[in-house]
Design a protein around this ligand. Sequence first.
Ligand SMILES: Nc1ncnc2c1ncn2[C@@H]1O[C@H](COP(=O)(O)OP(=O)(O)O)[C@@H](O)[C@H]1O
Ligand SMILES: [Mg+2]
Length: 393
Amino acid sequence: MSRVLTIGVDDDLAAAFRANGGAVLALGPAAATDGTALGLLGDADAPALLALGAEVPLPAALALAGQAEVVSSGTSVVLVAFADPDLWKEAMRAGVRDVLSPHADATEIQAVLARATGLAEARRSAPAPVGTPPAPSRRVVVVASPKGGVGKTTVATNLAVGLAAAEPGSTVLVDLDVQFGDVAGALALVPQYTLPDAVLGAASNDPLVLKTYLGRHRSGSYVVAGSDSPVAGDGVSPADVGRLLDMLGREFRYVVVDTAPGLTDHTLTALERATDLVLIGSMDVPGVRGLRKELDVLGQLGLVPARRHLVLNGTDSSGGLEMEDVERTVGGPLDLVLPRHKAVPLSTNTGVPLLEAGGKDPVTRGLRTLVDRIAPPAAPVRGRRARRRAGAR
Ligand SMILES: Nc1ncnc2c1ncn2[C@@H]1O[C@H](COP(=O)(O)OP(=O)(O)O)[C@@H](O)[C@H]1O
Ligand SMILES: [Mg+2]
């Protein structure tokens, strides 16, 4: 008999699950948000199916679906709602596996239950992903620059969106600009938890708890938003950051780290773990010199990771600088040159990352190239197709 947990579902539907072979525990809507559902999902005998009814507000239902995916990957989350294509899309991205009409007949209910039971059994026999050692192909990508306002957050958020679209569930974005981080704004997220929540208390040493503290962007990327005040950010030590990145590195294939300008202790801690450095400079003399200086210092510290990607952002021809001069000063070829383009501030202001909007402008194209440089060649076909899908939205 399949275990079914219903929350905020009307009595008739709960009875229908029962009539179709489910062992049903029916709870009121508060269980979705007061921790009851999460507790039950974390149990060894977690339900095969979690049905969320109309009495659970949609944002709470979607948030719980995302958490359920993490806490109990063997549980299928079913949303009971009249589904339109937009709701479907949103629900799927949040981790909902089926949307069931409130007027579903016995055949549909039976089918949903059978799918959930099959999936739960398949998951039970698969090895548990949590706590496994880091995959050899994992990447920690640190996005840094000597100066502020040169496009770190733009690049980091788009990298996360691009990598997450290429491989669902693969990516977490961490805002390490501990004082003035704006990742959440760039993604139009209102974070429930922020960096201090993720490094202090129960989340600091338990990957399962940590995952419930992560935000979720509609691209599928998980997000650790920056602290909501500079004072709160000050409470986060470099050691906290190191521990957080180590834990995330075991859980995610891609950890993308946005940083504050310059080489703060937090940035250096992230660089100690980095496989990739995306170093961004602006197209002006101080910007280019700063890039060179930062590379030199990192070289002296032995903190230039194996893969480095030099990016010049906001280029235009009005400053009198030639690309040749820039490359001579930096001491090597640039990997990516992004021109100034009006699509970028528009994206920042609306909170829709360029790779999500899928425009044809040169900055979007450049950012896609950067995603391709970082995504491992092992899954190029799937990655490109998935990204094209994301770009088509
Ligand atoms: N290539 C570009 N063209 C036009 N505006 C850009 C470009 N890159 C970044 N910007 C704008 O510059 C501002 C700072 O970018 P941001 O990514 O927040 O930089 P940082 O994180 O380095 O401070 C944002 O408003 C962004 O829209
Ligand atoms: Mg920034």
